[in-house]
Design a protein around this ligand. Structure first.
Ligand SMILES: Nc1ncnc2c1ncn2[C@@H]1O[C@H](COP(=O)(O)OP(=O)(O)O)[C@@H](O)[C@H]1O
Ligand SMILES: [Mg+2]
Length: 356
């Protein structure tokens, strides 16, 4: 099914939210482009749901404003805004059939009966449930119920689709499957979408852009590649993927002292002095046979994880521990084993620097 739901542009400007003395959101600025899928990613309690609810009008911001398709929606009640929403818990009406659940939004705006029937049929086919129209929610699996919730949210062709952890309650296999389906459907319909998740893998896999949040602020907005390869803060670096952190001291604005060695940096430091938190991803650390140059290190642990081997090594001299990911073939060629010695190099262009 190809249809043109008109995606609309959403602008969030200087939005803040207080609950009593508690500041849940601080100075949130964000623009979501038509047709884009943006993920709000961050740990539990960082303000993702609060921001989504403010966008929906289910919660009122303490300060700032919101615009959708050029209209100021800051003070509009939810029913006057143009969105469909899916929550983590299925939240279907238990006493209504699947068809009636999907029809709900269309009935409430008084759409003609025949048009509703046609639309319900079309949507249930789209979400892969063409034969379930007469069933009740409790007769469906969790994954099927979320498909119905998705169909219900999409029925009135909203300009904005809001998803609050829609996959969190599902088991891993169903979750991965539905993840791909939601993304496919979203692209097919071209509907501007915001999805809340605390699962970084889900965000990286689905989003055009990821909004990384922590403690009520946005730490970084970027494509999955950008937030992974160029984390803007130590928080982002640690929250997305795995990262080794090392305490070092600036020698000048292009190099740092780590243990007995001086490492050159890919980018100049903002301040060419003081303590620097150096970081490198496990897959960016290079291991070589002990004859190479670099640090000597001893293997502490070795975990075979199928696609790669995750090892932890301790650098001789400074005692620094690093997690290193190696492909299984290199691990074999290097003779990696507990207690074995290897040489470690930290390629300059893979180093990240953060304020200590
Ligand atoms: N209605 C409320 N009253 C008081 N505190 C709230 C309310 N809603 C959310 N909070 C608090 O705001 C913070 C952010 O909550 P929430 O947006 O639900 O986080 P997330 O969705 O990222 O897990 C939490 O500390 C939460 O306890
Ligand atoms: Mg939440």
């Amino acid at each position: 099914m190809k249809q043109s739901i008109q995606g609309s542009r959403l602008v969030v400007k200087n939005v803040g939210k207080h609950f009593g003395d508690f500041c849940a959101l601080r100075d949130i600025n964000l623009e979501v482009e038509p047709g884009e899928l943006v993920c709000f990613l961050g740990p539990s309690g960082c303000g993702k749901t609060t921001l989504l609810r403010i966008i929906a009008g289910l919660e009122t911001q303490s300060s700032g404003s919101l615009y959708q398709g050029g209209d100021d929606i800051s003070l509009k009640p939810p029913h006057a805004r143009d969105f469909g929403i899916v929550f983590q818990s299925y939240a279907l009406f238990p006493n209504m059939t699947v068809a009636d659940n999907v029809a709900y939004g269309l009935r409430s705006v008084g759409a003609p009966k025949q048009q509703i029937q046609h639309r319900v049929c079309e949507l249930l086919t789209t979400v892969g449930l063409p034969d379930q129209a007469k069933k009740y929610p409790t007769q469906l699996s969790g994954g099927q119920q979320q498909r119905v919730a998705l169909a219900r949210a999409l029925a009135p062709s909203p300009g904005l689709l809001l998803l609050d952890e829609p996959l969190s309650a599902l088991d891993a296999k169903v979750r991965n499957h539905l993840r791909a389906e939601i993304r496919h459907l979203q692209q097919q319909l071209g509907v501007t979408t915001i999805m809340v998740t605390h699962d970084q893998e889900e965000a990286l896999a689905m989003a055009d852009r990821v909004v990384v949040m922590n403690n009520g602020v946005i730490e970084q907005v970027g494509t999955p590649v950008e937030v992974y390869q160029q984390p803007a803060s130590a928080f982002v670096a640690e929250f997305i993927g795995a990262m080794n952190f090392m305490d070092s001291a600036a020698v000048n604005d292009r190099s740092v002292q780590l243990g007995s060695r001086v490492l050159h940096l890919p980018k100049p430091l903002p301040r060419g002095k003081g303590a620097v938190r150096l970081a490198i991803r496990p897959e960016d650390v290079h291991l070589q046979p002990i004859t190479g140059d670099g640090w000597e290190a001893q293997v502490n642990t070795l975990d075979y994880l199928g696609a790669f081997v995750r090892t932890q090594v301790t650098l001789r001299g400074c005692g620094l521990r690093l997690v290193v990911d190696v492909d299984p073939r290199s691990a074999r060629e290097l003779g990696l084993a507990q207690g074995a010695w290897v040489n470690v190099t930290l390629p300059s262009d893979s180093l990240h620097c953060f304020a200590a």
